[in-house]
Design a binder for this molecule. Structure first.
Ligand SMILES: Cc1cc2nc3c(=O)[nH]c(=O)nc-3n(C[C@H](O)[C@H](O)[C@H](O)COP(=O)(O)OP(=O)(O)OC[C@H]3O[C@@H](n4cnc5c(N)ncnc54)[C@H](O)[C@@H]3O)c2cc1C
Length: 341
């Protein structure tokens, strides 16, 4: 089946059709702006059993949430195409109305008056064999996303950086069976360790050699992971907690000249390549907005949807101002032409 043809120009092209991109596109489409969302179809939470902590849609499958967003957008006249944006560049000259050339990997091209970058990032996990296979099912990172599902079960926190005590403190809220695996992480501050141990948190020294699933369903069964230590010892827990680093692809932002930054949380780099935005998502480059994990890598689904909507609203206003200015200029030209006759 050949890929759908694109219009020659859209008011806005949105890169990425997760919650952020779709919410931004819906906000624009509801204001009758022409919107194209290009989506490569790999949201960060794809391996998870459901979207949690999302008011009113608790536990919805990630793919169902995206499908519902796409359907809503179509109802307001917006378009989603599956594909990957390969390049973006400013195609208008100085003093001309802003235009951006958009090229997809499959060769399709179009032009946008404005861009919304909502391409999020990729989770890079600590290099422990077996960890990536269980990501999102039995290897978890976010207690606000999965804490309730883990409640009362044995949780092992894999220490790889300075966030370990923070993570153990949060997971201790939902389980009184928390183990810290010292692995490659720095020593936990003695006072913090003392507090955690007083609350029943156990510390296991030594590097982790591998993790593997225990028998049982892969998702939704409460987990089950065997943790093998380099020493030859092993322990069994329901879930492992690991910190990922979110890597945001900078190829597109670099070509546009958009400012990006690394995001540090408690002294460790939690994300690289995050787009620097103002409170409504405007980037350092005129006509380019960003929302979602591309700009706020730690934000969860409701937060990115809000950011997308806010960016869509701000872009609508920006386009409306440009349209009014163009209309006024056209009237002025007619008047000047009349006066010259
Ligand atoms: C394992 C896991 C579980 C999670 N669970 C929860 C949870 O329970 N509740 C919660 O609120 N949050 C959860 N999160 C966080 C949640 O995934 C993010 O907040 C959310 O996905 C961010 O939305 P987004 O629209 O910014 O990006 P994404 O949802 O990641 O969507 C970005 C989209 O852009 C596409 N894309 C990338 N590059 C391009 C390109 N060049 N061209 C076109 N498309 C492109 C991607 O393929 C993807 O489809 C979880 C995260 C992980 C990793």
């Amino acid at each position: 089946m050949s890929a759908a043809a694109l219009d020659e120009q859209y008011d806005v092209v949105v890169v990425g059709g997760g919650a952020a991109g779709l919410a931004g596109a819906v906000a624009l489409a509801r204001m009758r702006r022409s919107v194209l969302v290009v989506d490569a179809g790999q949201p960060r939470n794809a391996p998870a059993d459901g979207v949690h902590n999302l008011l009113g849609r608790e536990g919805t499958l990630p793919r169902e949430l995206v499908a519902a967003g796409r359907a809503e957008l179509a109802g307001f006249g917006g378009t989603v195409v599956e594909g990957r944006v390969a390049s973006l560049e400013r195609s208008s000259g100085e003093g001309e109305p802003l235009r951006f050339a958009v090229v997809l990997e499959d060769g399709r091209t179009t032009t946008a008056r404005r861009l919304l970058l909502a391409h999020s990032g990729t989770d890079v996990l600590p290099p422990v064999p077996g960890l990536a296979d269980l990501w999102g099912s039995r290897v978890l990172h976010c207690p606000f996303c999965h804490g309730w599902e883990v409640r009362g079960r044995a949780v092992a926190v894999l220490s790889t950086g300075p966030m370990t005590a923070h993570a153990a403190t949060l997971w201790r809220n939902v389980s009184d069976r928390v183990v810290v695996l010292s692995h490659t992480g720095p020593d936990v501050d003695a006072a913090q360790r003392g507090q955690l141990e007083a609350a029943g948190v156990e510390f296991v020294d030594g590097e982790v050699a591998a993790v593997e699933p225990l028998a049982g369903e892969r998702q939704g069964d409460g987990g089950g992971v065997r943790v093998e230590l380099a020493s030859g010892a092993a322990l069994e827990v329901a879930f492992v907690v690991a910190a990922s680093q979110v890597r945001i692809d900078t190829a597109l932002t670099h070509a546009l000249g958009v400012e990006v930054t690394d995001v540090e949380v408690m002294g460790s780099v939690a994300a690289t390549g995050a787009v620097v935005v103002d409170p409504v998502g405007a980037t350092s480059v005129a006509g380019v907005w960003a929302a979602g994990n591309a700009a706020a890598p730690m934000a969860t689904v409701p937060a990115v949807a809000a950011a997308g909507m806010q960016a869509g609203a701000a872009m609508t206003m920006d386009l409306a101002h440009e349209d009014l200015a163009a209309a006024a200029a056209a009237v002025r030209d007619v008047e000047l032409a009349g006066a010259a006759r």
